[in-house]
Design a protein around this ligand. Structure first.
Ligand code: 9MR
Length: 514
């Protein structure tokens, strides 16, 4: 970039052009650099993407960056909701930040005034910021993607999906991070915010509403982080699917429960207190519309049984009674919130699904309150079959209960397939992307075909971009390689064909790999 930029903000000492791009000395709040886009320009819903690089002094000062667009003249109205938190930056490393121009009054359809776009430093900054490239992608049309003031912009795939959430009459959710994963914290990572606010109307906390986060020691509930997360969602018209009140997975279970040495009756009381305190808290606060009350209580290896190796089962006196007690406590705390039992492999392990249905039948016969079943759906491109997924969902529908896909991701590599590791896909080629697009479409279509509208609890994907998927580290056969590519957006928050596949199903289009 060699021309068209100027310094912006009071006390600005200007910009310098160099071989990397445009630099400014971030010597105070609101100091930045801008460039103009001449009217007429329809910038509503455009996405500004910048590659920036900060100095070690800037990083160390703890400062943040705010990308923005601003109408020149008149009221100088601007898009000020974008934010790139300090934790995104590593000194000397290129970082892509984005900003969607979606100012509340929709003032960016500019026939008269020019617009300036830029970035400014915030939160008592010092040090140097370099803008290496800027791309403005206008609303919806891939062909309208235009590069301004940029020497290094490359065109990226667009799924031409303005907003996934607007295509569905049921919740479209994403699991997001908070303090559990600072790099991807939804409260500070501008790119996470942009993609979530654009496409989703529900969020699940990937971790921070789990047991040990909310009640680390007995009687000490810790709601600060979860409340901030819920507040943010509500401010963006996004609601929350609560996850998860009870989950046996070792490191989620607070020590006092894991090491319980009191009676089974007192343990059940402790379980009830955990459930009712949390459900009560969020009933009062608002924003949480549903809960995974119990997660993964069914056994995989001996699927006609409940899981017997969990603290909940053993400390309840070798009994699965804690499950119904949890549902009763949740319902007593909030008569209106939707209560789910959540599990994996119930779309493919017939004996496990049979056990699930047995539990549902028993609960209904004894009026244990339950509204639906969460199908996690951590699936592969080739497994399980659509027929298997549909058949399992139908069993829940036949009980008159809701079906929610709670943790959808479609991993490209299946390390449990016979051919592994010979079958390993090491590059995410266009062919692979299009096969995944079709698979996403077929799964969403199966959901629509099988679950009637009144029983659709929604579909949540387990993460936003491929960069942060749990599968890279959790799948030991991957040996740490990021070869799942399971989500709707790539590492740089660009659309993947998978997003188009999801939208195709919602729009009633044919599922294709074209
Ligand atoms: O994605 C979550 C990951 O960050 C955590 O380390 C892990 C353990 O708490 O849990 C992951 O999410 C799980 C979810 O809570 C329940 N179903 C399986 C998900 C993937 O392991």
């Amino acid at each position: 970039m060699t021309s068209g930029w100027r310094g912006n903000g009071n006390g600005n000492t200007g910009i310098t052009y160099n071989s990397d791009g445009v630099s400014f000395n971030a010597s105070g709040d609101d100091i930045g650099a801008v460039t103009d886009i001449a009217a007429p320009i329809q910038l509503e819903d455009a996405i500004i993407t910048m590659v920036v690089n900060v100095s070690s002094e800037f990083k160390a000062s703890g400062a943040n960056l705010q990308p923005f667009a601003q109408i020149k003249g008149g009221s100088w109205a601007g898009e000020w909701n974008c934010w790139a938190g300090n934790e995104l930056f590593t000194a000397g490393t290129d970082v892509t930040i984005t900003c969607t121009v979606a100012e509340a009054d929709k003032k960016f359809d500019q026939t008269a005034s020019d617009v300036q776009i830029g970035v400014q430093a915030k939160t008592s900054p010092t040090g140097v910021v370099t803008i290496k490239s800027v791309t403005v992608t206008l609303k919806q049309s891939a062909s309208s993607s235009s590069s301004v003031a940029s020497s290094s912009a490359t065109s990226v795939y667009s799924a031409n999906v303005n907003s996934l959430r607007e295509l569905a009459t049921f919740p479209i959710g994403a699991a997001v991070s908070n303090t559990d994963s600072p790099t991807y914290n939804i409260l500070t990572n501008a790119s996470e915010k942009t993609v979530v606010e654009k496409h989703f109307d529900q969020m699940t906390a990937g971790n921070i509403m789990k047991m040990s986060y909310l009640q680390p020691t007995q009687g000490n509930f810790s709601f600060t982080n979860a409340d901030a997360f819920v507040d943010y969602a509500v401010s963006k018209n996004i609601n929350i699917h609560g996850h998860a009140l009870l989950w046996h997975s070792d490191y989620q279970v607070p020590g006092f429960m894991k090491n319980w040495s009191g009676s089974a009756a007192d343990f059940i009381t402790a379980v009830e207190t955990h459930v009712s305190t949390i459900v009560d808290h969020y009933e009062a606060k608002g924003g949480v519309v549903s809960w995974d009350v119990v997660n993964e209580a069914l056994n995989d290896n001996s699927p006609s049984n409940f899981r017997t190796d969990s603290a909940f089962y053993t400390k309840s006196g070798n009994s699965a009674v804690y499950i119904e007690k949890a549902f009763q406590a949740a319902r007593a705390a909030n008569p209106n919130v939707t209560l789910y039992y959540n599990d994996y492999n119930i779309d493919q392990n017939n004996a496990k699904t049979t056990k699930l249905v047995e539990m549902l039948t028993d609960f209904q016969a004894r009026s244990i309150p339950i509204d639906g079943v969460g199908f996690q759906m951590h699936v592969f491109m080739d497994y399980p079959s659509i027929a298997s997924i549909s058949a399992a969902m139908k069993k829940v529908v036949d009980k008159g209960l809701k079906v929610k896909i709670t943790e959808l991701d479609v991993a490209v590599n299946n390390p449990y397939s016979g051919g592994w590791p010979g079958s390993k896909i090491s590059t995410f080629t266009q062919d692979v992307a299009l096969t995944q697009k079709k698979r996403y479409c077929e799964i969403v279509k199966a959901y629509l075909d099988t679950v009637p509208a009144n029983l659709r609890g929604g579909i949540t994907v387990w993460g936003t971009t491929d960069a942060s998927t749990w599968l890279t580290t959790a799948t030991s056969q991957y040996n740490g390689e990021a070869i799942a590519w399971p989500l709707l957006f790539d590492n740089n928050y660009n659309d993947k064909p998978a997003l188009r596949g999801f939208a195709d199903a919602l729009q009633g289009n044919t599922c294709t790999n074209l």
